[in-house]
Design a protein around this ligand. Structure first.
Ligand code: AMP
Ligand code: MG
Length: 349
């Protein structure tokens, strides 16, 4: 979606949304949803909200997205994350939402043994992913960055409403913010009485309830190897997040090498683990988003081991390996359909 090179905001909007949600052609006729499309959190977001009160609920959801974006935009001098990154090591006050997301994200950093590390931001920046001025840093520069990546140095005080970070470190919530936002909006919509909505936050999908006809939502997973945004397969979900991390989403090429935006915290360089994309499906968007990034860093074997070791998370995975093999976890056997002629393996518990 967010191909780093040369796409303007208008271009992105015109390109439409690749992480499609398929509405069956002969589904029974239902009332049209309230639909909106905005650009926020550096990506296109579109939402369809069905049922009475849809317009109002949609407007509130859009307001919420802008409010959360204002709290977390890492390059916005007025955001809470900017304040944390530029406080010179002093405590910074946080809103409840930032505190909630930071504390949940920190737990996920620990759970993934630092494959997710919010403080990978210095590396993201050094490679030019924040500005689009892409570059390949020297090994000396990378060596100097590695000690600045360490989420355990981020401190939250008692109630989590204050945080501080050492002076030479910076963090960003890019790996978790959209997942958190999806689930936050889903809850807001349910509380407003909405029983059917689909939220596309960049490549991340959040389903609320089922389709208006009572059938599950059918979410297309993008083929990471295709330049044409082809569909790899379709998964059926209700009330769940479907979140994908892939090297194809934001990258640049130099001297025949491809460099993408997901960093290995151990090397301060793009993670090369043998995976081209990771999709995580589950009830909690923050968990799914955190894991999509972390498992991409870990690679296929470690990702499968992690899944086996953490049944309590209630997630399912779709892994696409560099050789084109697709691996799905056992819980998806009934709900995932491959759209292409590829080898598919099932990861058993
Ligand atoms: P996602 O698309 O959810 O995989 O998140 C990728 C974004 O998270 C990047 O654009 C960076 O801003 C940030 N990031 C990159 N590598 C990591 C990492 N290992 N841990 C945490 N955040 C990361
Ligand atoms: Mg993520």
């Amino acid at each position: 979606m967010e191909r780093g090179e040369g796409r303007t905001r208008a271009g992105l909007l015109a390109a439409g949304l690749a992480a499609a949600v398929l509405l069956g052609g002969c589904a029974q006729r239902t009332a049209e949803p309230a639909s909106g499309q905005i650009f926020a959190m550096d990506t296109i977001m579109s939402m369809d909200v069905y049922g009475e009160g849809g317009e109002e609920a949609l407007a509130r959801a859009e307001e919420t997205i802008y409010r959360l974006e204002d709290l977390w935009a890492v390059t916005d001098e007025n955001s809470e994350i900017w304040a944390l990154n530029h406080s010179g090591g002093a405590w910074v006050d946080l809103s409840q939402e930032t505190a909630d997301l930071l504390s949940q994200a920190l737990e996920l950093c620990a759970l993934t043994d630092g494959a997710l590390d919010l403080t990978a931001y210095s590396a993201v920046q050094a490679w030019g992913f924040t500005t689009g001025e892409y570059r390949v840093p020297s090994q000396e520069e990378l060596d100097a960055l590695i000690p600045r990546i360490d989420y355990t140095r981020l401190e939250l005080d008692g109630d989590g409403l204050r945080a501080r970070l050492p002076e030479n470190m910076e963090l960003d919530l890019g790996a978790v913010a959209k997942g958190y936002t999806g689930t936050y909006l889903a809850e807001q919509l349910r509380q407003a009485g909405v029983t059917s909505a689909i939220l596309r936050l960049g490549g991340n999908i959040q389903a609320v309830g089922t389709r208006p006809d009572g059938n599950p939502w059918r979410v297309a997973i993008q083929d990471p190897d295709s330049q044409q945004e082809a569909t790899l397969g379709v998964v059926e979900v209700s009330d769940q997040a479907v979140i994908t991390s892939g090297g194809y989403q934001r990258y640049f090429e130099e001297n025949g090498e491809t460099y993408w935006h997901i960093m290995d915290p151990d090397t301060a360089a793009p993670a090369r683990s043998g995976l081209t994309s990771v999709t995580v499906i589950g009830a909690d968007g923050t968990v799914c988003d955190a894991l999509s990034t972390a498992l991409f860093v870990m690679g296929p074997e470690e990702a499968a081991d992690f899944w086996r070791a953490h049944p309590e998370l209630g997630v399912e995975l779709i892994l696409v390996l560099e050789d084109g093999t697709v691996q799905i976890t056992q819980g998806l056997e009934e709900t995932f359909t491959l759209s292409q002629d590829r080898t598919m393996e099932v990861i058993a518990p």
